[in-house]
Design a protein around this ligand. Structure first.
Ligand SMILES: Cc1cc2nc3c(=O)[nH]c(=O)nc-3n(C[C@H](O)[C@H](O)[C@H](O)COP(=O)(O)OP(=O)(O)OC[C@H]3O[C@@H](n4cnc5c(N)ncnc54)[C@H](O)[C@@H]3O)c2cc1C
Length: 298
């Protein structure tokens, strides 16, 4: 197994681009357990512990910028007064040894439902900064572009009906029937601004067309997606409660005309009761139920 140990953020991003299969590791308290138990065998490890930029934190007024590599011990010792919720959560993590190695970034990367840093980060309105050598673009509504732009994140703003091409793949923004916004402020000053919501028609280089409805209710104009774009594959929410459920997703497929459907947004928490099996009762399209992280197709 190759071991890559960059010392600067710029080098780390470059190494990541050269070795896309390398698994990032900071404290290793999740990664090493997986490797020791043979649950994972990555071709290379990308050790981020030497990247100074990730192990720093800074404060600007009410905003604390926390490097992904700051350990729980440091959160407790250095940030107890400014981030009391996170410090309190950090005290509950594992043992002193785990707190000396384990990091907040690693906790987010592991994405465990039991992650102790997640609730205080959510409650504090934390934003995650992402970076790559490619400068991967975010595409969304004009309003979302303004919101992200004010936070230093580059994005391409557009609106429904528009088409944007990136890396030879076409993205057409289409209607969705849902809510979508950004919550700003804290406590009683909290306010949610509408940033819009939308779906995508994605045209791949080989001609495959995918309709990703985004979170949405069933709506009659889905038949325009069929008439205008003829998608072979649809990605539709089926959980119910916050989106349409399996029965309406079956009706949506009648309107869209796709021969395959990948159901999404179900099973994440108990209230999202829709299942792929139920969807199969309401459609003749092939239902491809993917596991998290699963790759499908050629
Ligand atoms: C004995 C034991 C007890 C534990 N107890 C708790 C507990 O009480 N509460 C709790 O929440 N967790 C616990 N954990 C889990 C673990 O300690 C935490 O999730 C910790 O925050 C992981 O941080 P790390 O730096 O060690 O992550 P790593 O193991 O280095 O990485 C974890 C994941 O994040 C990714 N990653 C790491 N850094 C980055 C980065 N900068 N950018 C992108 N991806 C990155 C890795 O690729 C990997 O997928 C425990 C683990 C052990 C072994």
């Amino acid at each position: 197994m190759e071991f890559l140990a960059p010392t600067t953020w710029a080098d780390a991003l470059a190494v990541r681009q050269e070795h896309p299969d390398a698994l990032a590791l900071t404290g290793g308290t999740d990664v090493m357990v997986e490797i020791n138990f043979d649950m994972r065998r990555p071709p290379a490890l990308l050790d981020l512990t030497g990247v100074r930029e990730l192990s720093d934190w800074s404060r600007d007024g009410d905003v604390v910028r926390l490097g992904a590599g700051v350990t729980y011990t440091r959160v407790i010792e250095e940030l107890g007064d400014v981030l009391p919720g996170l410090a309190m959560a950090a005290r509950t993590v594992g043992s002193p040894q785990i707190r000396n190695r384990g990091t907040v970034g690693g906790n987010l990367g592991a994405a465990s439902p039991a992650g102790d840093s997640h609730p205080p980060l959510l409650a504090g309105g934390a934003e995650v900064e992402l970076a790559s050598v490619e400068g991967a673009a975010t595409i969304g509504s004009h309003e979302m572009q303004l919101w992200l732009g004010a936070r230093g994140i580059e994005s391409i703003g557009m609106n429904k009906g528009g088409r944007f091409e990136a890396a030879g793949i076409g993205f057409t923004m289409v209607h969705a029937d849902h809510s979508g916004g950004a919550t700003l402020g804290t406590g009683s000053d909290q306010v949610t601004r509408d940033l819009g919501c939308w779906g995508w028609v994605i045209e791949f280089e080989d001609g495959t067309t995918v309709y990703h409805s985004g979170d949405t209710d069933l709506f009659g104009d889905m038949n325009l997606v069929r008439e205008r774009h003829h998608p072979e594959i649809a990605v539709l929410p089926i959980g119910g409660h916050y989106t349409m459920g399996p029965r309406d997703a079956g009706m949506a497929l009648d309107l869209i005309g796709a021969s395959m459907v990948i159901p999404v947004h179900y099973g994440t928490f108990p209230i999202l009761t829709g299942t792929p099996e139920e969807l199969r009762d309401h459609t003749s399209a092939e239902v491809v139920a993917l596991e998290p992280g699963q790759t499908w197709g050629e």
